[in-house]
Design a protein around this ligand. Structure first.
Ligand code: FES
Length: 582
């Protein structure tokens, strides 16, 4: 059968890459000649050109093994009759990038989108892992709408410290708080450093990377059975090989992100997010991906669809185990099979078949790690969306990671105008704070920081830690690491730097959190709140000269409640390029 790409209307226009390679004219000559360099002549005889959008980078250590994954993808592409082409794309290392990798998510998505559109490719395999890499790749693929399939790079193996498993991220927060509380020596703390990262792969807790890898599969964008495979597991390479083959098939059949990613796919992702106890960061990423496709997804959908979904997976930070355990216990399919009735039966995957068709009879092999529907860890664990005079456009909280006793709470605000202000005053013995206080941090939204960093799970004051306090209500317009825990109200929208009411809260104001009724309010007369001037210290902290990407970002980024994408990137642009290059 000749290679063709089928349009949605059933016509067969031929491969997109033939716009570059077919013909006898000068331009076709140039496009072929410069690409030869060892490729056989038949590479351009109508074979699908499959880009491998590769986020391998030594500065994204969670993704540094992806070149090996790419080799397996290449073999699969060749085997299926396509031509694999490595395409290094912007890579974002969560632990290294300043001021926050989130500032660069949209840049990575935009750059990848343009490279996919501008090059002679027919389909793409997306290799990601570390937190922002899969979201940015999916946003790019959705925008170009070329056949696309994800290979999640997989989590690292479980490390141990003194016989106890160490969860990446989660245990950093825990151990560092133990040092501040005087329960762990600095020497022991530093000794644990070399134990935390046991192998290649991304963080092994149910943090953002694990969440987004698993949600990529729940969305239908991976070869089923791939997400959650540990990075060093040889089966990841076998699945990568098969994914290469699948990419060629997808081009032949014209199966595009707009065919795979429907409202039902996002429903499935939200159900999975809740059952897994996944990262709150998935909210902004799923909203942004949906926005690129024009799928009508709103913040309230996370509460409407996910709030009553039971928590089935006992992984840090909400629970006890790590990603290697989840895979051993049956993996994503075993989890999804338990909530099969909540999934959209028609939502497709990249295979062309519905997600539910791939669940089969997936078994739970360790009920301590994956609970049954009848015996969940929590009966209702999805993300709750809060509103109130503190967050008119919404805020979120992850009940699974919060303290039940604080889900209804009233306390006086202790306000910090910036992360620097927090660091300067938090441990001051004279800070007027007690365990009932509500810590408020502002200036950390998309425009304010800029980039919406993971600072919402602010540390507790040292004097309270020493008294044994381990959780307090915290309110912030930033994000929280997916590996973190605590009673944290985050993504407060509108953010303070965009004129949200958070900018007028003062230390001493009573803050009322009521998760059951989905409220977050400052209990002062509305006229008083409206009549106040924004905090001068806040305005000073967010005012800075900007150039380059930061300037474009701050001028055009939208709120967290819609995914924090740039306003001009919403909606798909397709794969057409109007002009030849010469
Ligand atoms: Fe890369 Fe956690 S730092 S996944």
């Amino acid at each position: 059968m000749p290679w063709v790409a089928v349009r949605r209307d059933g016509t067969m226009p031929g491969l997109r890459s033939s716009q570059w390679y077919s013909g006898q004219d000068r331009n076709a000559y140039i496009h072929r000649a410069w690409m030869r360099r060892g490729l056989p002549g038949h590479a351009f005889d109508g074979r699908p050109q499959i880009a491998i959008a590769n986020t391998a980078s030594d500065l994204t250590p969670c993704n540094s093994h992806l070149n090996e994954v790419a080799e397996s993808v290449k073999q699969g592409v060749w085997e299926a009759g396509g031509v694999p082409l490595n395409l290094p794309v912007v890579s974002l290392g969560e632990t290294q990038l300043r001021p926050t990798a989130m500032l660069w998510r949209n840049m990575a998505a935009m750059a990848t989108e343009e490279m996919l559109r501008g090059n002679p490719i027919d389909g793409v395999v997306l290799l990601g892992g570390c937190d922002k890499t899969i979201p940015s790749l999916l946003m790019a693929a959705a925008s170009v709408d070329l056949p696309a399939v994800v290979v999640p790079g997989g989590p690292m193996l479980s490390g141990t410290f003194r016989g106890v498993p160490l969860g990446c991220g989660t245990d950093v927060w825990r151990l560092s708080e133990e040092v501040r509380a005087g329960q762990l020596s600095e020497r022991d703390f530093l000794e644990s450093e070399s134990c935390m990262i046991r192998s290649r792969g991304h963080c092994n807790t149910m943090g953002t990377a694990s969440t987004m890898g698993l949600l990529a599969e729940a969305l239908g964008t991976t070869l089923p059975g791939t997400a959650g495979l540990p990075a060093p597991d040889s089966r990841l390479l076998a699945q990568s090989h098969e994914t290469g083959r699948l990419a060629v098939e997808m081009v032949r059949e014209g199966r595009r992100p707009s065919d795979v990613l429907s409202a039902g796919s996002f429903r499935n992702a939200i159900v999975a997010l809740a059952a897994l106890g996944g990262s709150t960061n998935a909210v902004v990423h799923l909203l942004a991906i949906a926005g690129r496709l024009g799928v009508p997804l709103t913040l309230d959908d996370f509460d409407r669809i996910g709030a009553d979904v039971p928590l089935l997976v006992n992984l840090q930070p909400a629970g006890r185990f790590l990603m290697e355990d989840l895979h051993r216990a049956g993996g994503l399919n075993a989890v999804l099979r338990q909530v099969r009735d909540l999934l959209d039966p028609e939502a497709l995957t990249v295979t062309g078949r519905p997600l539910v068709d791939h669940l089969g009879e997936a078994e739970i092999w360790d009920p301590e790690v994956i609970r049954t529907r009848e015996a969940p860890l929590q009966p209702a664990a999805g993300i709750a969306v809060l509103r109130g005079n503190l967050a008119p456009d919404g805020a979120i909280i992850k009940p699974a990671a919060a303290s039940p006793r604080l889900m209804r709470h009233r306390g006086r605000a202790v306000v910090f105008d910036s992360i620097e202000d927090l660091h300067a005053r938090l441990d001051d013995p004279n800070l007027d704070v007690d365990e009932d206080s509500v810590l408020v941090l502002r200036g950390c939204g998309p425009k304010g920081y800029p980039g919406m960093p993971e600072v919402s799970n602010m540390p507790l004051p040292e004097k309270l830690l020493k008294k044994g306090v381990r959780d307090m209500v915290r309110v912030c317009d930033g994000r929280m690491s997916g590996t973190a825990y605590g009673t944290v109200v985050l993504h407060v929208s509108p953010e303070a730097a965009a004129g949200g009411p958070l900018d007028r809260v003062r230390t001493g104001d009573p803050i009322v959190l009521d998760v059951e009724n989905r409220r977050i309010d400052v209990d002062i007369p509305q006229e008083e709140l409206d009549g106040r001037e924004p905090s001068r210290a806040l305005l000073e902290s967010v005012a800075r000269p900007l150039r380059g990407w930061e300037r474009l970002y701050v001028d055009t980024v939208m709120g967290a409640d819609t995914g924090a994408d740039l306003d001009f990137l919403v909606g798909s642009s397709g794969d057409a390029v109007a002009r030849e290059s010469h």
